[in-house]
Each structure stands twice: as C-alpha cells, then as structure tokens.
Design a protein around this ligand. Structure first.
Ligand SMILES: Cc1cc2nc3c(=O)[nH]c(=O)nc-3n(C[C@H](O)[C@H](O)[C@H](O)COP(=O)(O)OP(=O)(O)OC[C@H]3O[C@@H](n4cnc5c(N)ncnc54)[C@H](O)[C@@H]3O)c2cc1C
Length: 506
C-alpha cells in the first residue's frame, strides 16, 4: 500500500540503479514519482542485452557489495530487494595474475591465508605486509561509512567518530593518502610490488582495495547469480509494485527553471512534464551542460570537478565459450594475463595485461553448453568516440581487429581456445557513452584517487532549491553502492525539506 496522504510529485531523470532506488524510496514516502529513461529498458550501466540466446550483463561481473547482514549496506538492500532469496558466490581470490617472467600470484581473500601467502612471497617486506594486513583488519572491525567522505563530515560527526572509531580514523587518513603505485614502490621485493599494482589502478588510494578486501574477507561481497539483470529486474519490480511510473524511451531534453525553481522537464516537441522536485540520476556533465544548458556550470563547480579523474575507460570483449574447454579460478577483480606481445587498444594505450572474468559459475546467463568469458582492456574514450562519429566502418573494423588480437593472445596461452569460441563482441567506452551519457564513457564514476576521496560534491544545484542529483558520481570509487546510497540520501533530504519523517515501508 502506498501512502496516499501526501502526493507531491518527483521527477527522476534516468532509470539506472540510482534512479530506481530513488524512485522506490520516493514511493515509500508517499510521493508520486515518475522516472524518465531515454533507453528502451531500465538499468543504465547495469543493463543487460541479448546476443542470440545469451544474456550479456553489462555490470556486476564482479560483485555486489553488502550482501551479508554484517554490513551497513545490507539494510539498504533489504529495504529494496528480496536479498535473502538471492544467491551469491564469494570468490576465494581477490585476483590471480600470470606474469611472463615472475611466478603467478594467487591473492587470497581470506586475511589469514593472505598473510601467510604474502610473507612467503616476500619475507623481506614483512613489516610492510603486516602494516597492510593491520589496515584490512581495521576495516573489518570498523566498517567505513560509504556515504560520506570523512573530510566532509560535520564537526560533531567527526568528534563522534574520533571517540568511538579512533582506529578507523587513523587507518582512513593513512590509506586514503597513499596511492597503490606509491605503496608498491615502497616494497623491497619487485615481485610483491608487481602484485600490489594488480590491486587497483595505480592512482587509486590504497584505501580502496584494502576496504574491498575487508568486505571480501567477511564474504560480504559476492557475485550475484543472474548478474545485473537480476538486480535491475528486482529493483524495477519493486518500483512498479510501489506504484511508481516508469517512462521508457523518454529522453529528458532540458530542465525548465523559473524563479530559481526547477518546475518541469522538457521532453522535446514542446512537451513538458511538471513536478515539485527533480532528481537527476544521470551524468553530471550531461546535467549541467545539456539539461541546464551550461547556465549553472559555475567556475567553482568546474574547478571542483578538475580534482576528479573518471575511471579508466574500459573496452570490454564478451566471448561465448564451449563448456569445460578450460577453467579459470573464480576471482573478485579478475584473472590477469600478462601479454608476451602487448596490444594497442587505442593509439596511445599499450595493454600489458588482459583481465579475464569467467562467468562459468552462472548457469542463468547462457545455454548449458556455453559459458561467458569477458576480457577487459584499458583504452581511450576520445579515440573510440571520434572514430564512431567520423568513420563507423573503421570503428567496427577496429573492434574486430582488436578481438582478433585478443583471441590470438588467448590461443597462445590456452592452445585450442579459438576452437571453443562460439561468439565474440566488443563494447567500447563510446558505446557506454551512447547508451548512458556517462562522461568519457566512465563505467563507474570517478577513480578513488587520494584527491577525489577528499572532495565532496554538492548534491544539489546551487541557486536552484528543488533540483537534486544522485548517482555513482557522488562518491569517488563509484559503482552500485554509491549509486544506491546517494539516491537514498537524496530522498531523505527531500523528506527533511518537506518535514516528513523518512520511512522505508510503503
Ligand atoms: C562492465 C561493468 C562492470 C561493472 N561492475 C560493477 C560491479 O561489479 N560492482 C559495482 O558496484 N559496480 C559495477 N559497475 C559500475 C556500476 O554498474 C555503475 O557505477 C552503476 O550502475 C551506475 O549507476 P547510476 O544509476 O549512477 O548511473 P547509470 O547507470 O549511468 O544510469 C543513468 C541512467 O540515466 C539515463 N539517462 C541519462 N541521461 C538521460 C536523459 N537526458 N533522459 C533520460 N534518461 C537519461 C541513462 O540512459 C541511464 O539509464 C560496472 C560497470 C560496468 C560497465
């Protein structure tokens, strides 16, 4: 049952994770909500599509965070999803890397195994290894607040944290200020330095992989059987059950502002849809530059955004492989294969490692005789974006050429691989942009650099009192947790403005 006593209207732009979560909480709190989504389906970066009879999930190759009751995020998921009915599998390895000239690394997710493993691998770095393990231990004992960077916490919140969570505060300050690359460089062992560089992108703060390892150790991060499809279907069902209104194939073209209030969204052809609140759950730059026509993109915001770096653009190759042709261990971050002959994924990006994910453990995605293997490569957004717009023929040719080079590399490592290949397809960052408008085709918002983690982006548009923003851009590191939490916070803020107690039941 929906609360009918209070029916102010909220328009939500975008039906990605953030939009659907915002919609659910809006409905639970008695608002009339309308989600406008430009694509023919909900999901955004988390949407899935079909190639023949295969389901290709875009996101959730790796994990859904907060899938066990021991974590803060679990409460949010239980408010929205029948999470206890979902099946998760948790990976024994954080990652595995096969090097060309070092022994392979099987980086365990269990803290005890990890300690033993690393000490055996690099005894000369015993003290630094212990320091890192103690960081993970702290993040296990005191869960990081994921919705607010510490630097922006209010004074009384900091004070509260200081008293109750002093070790967490120290660990956060320490690991948020050192990058993966800097930490790797402090190792005496060249081997361990290489291993550390596999934990996250080199410019990420060490806080990010260590906090993730803390979740992984507690088995609070796992692969959701059914992938992104399952998550989005469940969120969409919940939204519809709560009486929400989902308008697919409906692009918002601009936001109409009158007397410093967002009064309506323009849907093209002089069609407007009015509301009391507008929540933009779409890309930040798209909001400021297109929907608000650049008017509110102040030098202050521009300067602030300069401090962030979008997640490294990703080129994704999906492959259908005959079952039992070869096995890869199940990992959280991937099975990294160092290439004997590096590959150019774009003119300025030489790729040294292929990141493989086998989805053989998910029988819901493919017919029983196949499984899905994905290969991730870092690349450049501008190259693919321009190629797509200037020369489509060449764009498709380049994708095929890259797929052929990757197959060759995999054949070299797994002889006979090509004979087991059923199909292959590549998704470029230009396609991520086309389907979602995410800045530079970013697949997960901002990279969690030390500077990015310290910044706090306002979740309202300055000077406009009823325009809110949510999504993965509002917490460096991004991903589904950031999208969901910021959407929940936005509806909390609107409830507070309306002097309504925020509730989680319809
Ligand atoms: C391959 C891949 C793997 C990933 N793996 C993981 C993972 O394992 N774990 C994890 O936590 N995260 C993962 N992510 C990241 C995660 O999927 C995203 O961070 C998250 O889904 C972002 O959600 P969002 O709602 O903030 O934004 P989006 O998904 O970008 O949603 C925005 C929506 O707004 C719509 N839109 C934009 N402009 C308009 C407009 N003008 N009018 C109407 N609609 C509009 C878009 O079409 C889109 O549907 C992965 C991403 C990818 C691509």
């Amino acid at each position: 049952m929906i609360k009918l006593n209070y029916r102010k209207k909220i328009i939500i732009i975008g039906a990605g994770v953030a939009g659907l979560v915002a919609g659910c909480y809006a409905q639970m709190n008695g608002f009339e909500s309308h989600i406008f989504e430009k694509e023919p389906h909900a999901g955004g970066l988390c949407a899935s599509w079909k190639i023949e009879d295969l389901t290709i999930p875009t996101a959730l190759y790796f994990f859904l965070l907060g899938n066990t009751p021991s974590t803060n995020l679990y409460n949010l998921w239980t408010e929205l999803l029948p999470i206890e009915e979902f099946s998760f599998i948790t990976p024994p390895y954080f990652f595995v890397t096969e090097y060309t000239n070092f022994p392979p690394c099987f980086f365990p997710t269990s803290l005890e195994d990890l300690g033993q493993y690393l000490l055996q691998r690099a005894p000369q770095d015993k003290l630094l290894i212990q320091e890192m393990l103690s960081g993970i231990q702290t993040f296990i004992e005191y869960e990081l607040p994921i919705d607010r960077a510490y630097a922006r916490a209010k004074f009384h919140q900091k004070w509260h944290q200081l008293i109750n969570q002093f070790p967490l505060l120290l660990a956060t300050q320490k690991w948020a200020n050192i990058t993966v690359k800097e930490w790797a460089n402090s190792m005496q062992s060249v081997l361990l330095a290489q291993d550390i560089l596999q934990m996250a992108s080199p410019e990420s703060a060490m806080l990010y992989p260590l906090a993730l390892l803390a979740y992984a150790h507690q088995r609070a991060v796992g692969y959701l059987i059914g992938g992104g499809t399952k998550l989005i279907q469940a969120l969409q069902n919940q939204y519809m059950t709560l009486g929400g209104n989902l308008h697919l194939n409906t692009e918002v073209k601009h936001i109409r502002i009158r007397s410093k209030k967002a009064v309506a969204v323009g849907l093209g052809k002089q069609q407007y849809f009015a509301a009391d609140y507008i929540v933009a759950c779409c890309d930040l730059y798209h909001l400021y530059r297109i929907l608000l026509q650049g008017e509110y993109f102040s030098p202050k915001i521009a300067a602030q955004l300069e401090n962030f770096k979008p997640a490294t653009p990703m080129l994704l190759i999906m492959m259908g492989i005959k079952k039992n042709s070869f096995n890869l261990p199940f990992t959280l971050l991937g099975y990294n294969l160092q290439l004997t002959n590096p590959i150019f994924s774009s003119p300025n990006t030489l790729v040294h490692y292929l990141k493989l994910h086998s989805l053989a453990h998910d029988p819901t995605l493919t017919p029983s005789e196949y499984f899905l293997l994905t290969v991730q490569l870092p690349t450049e957004f501008t190259y693919w974006h321009q190629l797509y717009h200037n020369n489509k023929r060449q764009y498709y040719k380049q994708k095929q050429s890259l797929i052929a080079q990757v197959i060759l590399a995999l054949e070299h490592r797994f002889p006979g691989f090509a004979n087991h290949l059923v199909f292959s397809e590549a998704v470029t960052p230009a396609a991520f942009w086309r389907h979602t408008y995410n800045f530079q085709g970013s697949y997960a918002g901002w990279c969690p650099t030390p500077t990015g983690l310290r910044q706090y982006l306002n979740r309202t548009v300055e000077e406009i009192e009823n325009l809110y923003i949510a999504g993965h851009w509002f917490q460096a590191g991004g991903g589904i947790p950031a999208a969901a939490i910021t959407a929940q916070n936005t509806i909390q803020a609107i409830c507070a403005k309306e002097k309504l107690a925020f509730g989680v039941n319809a």
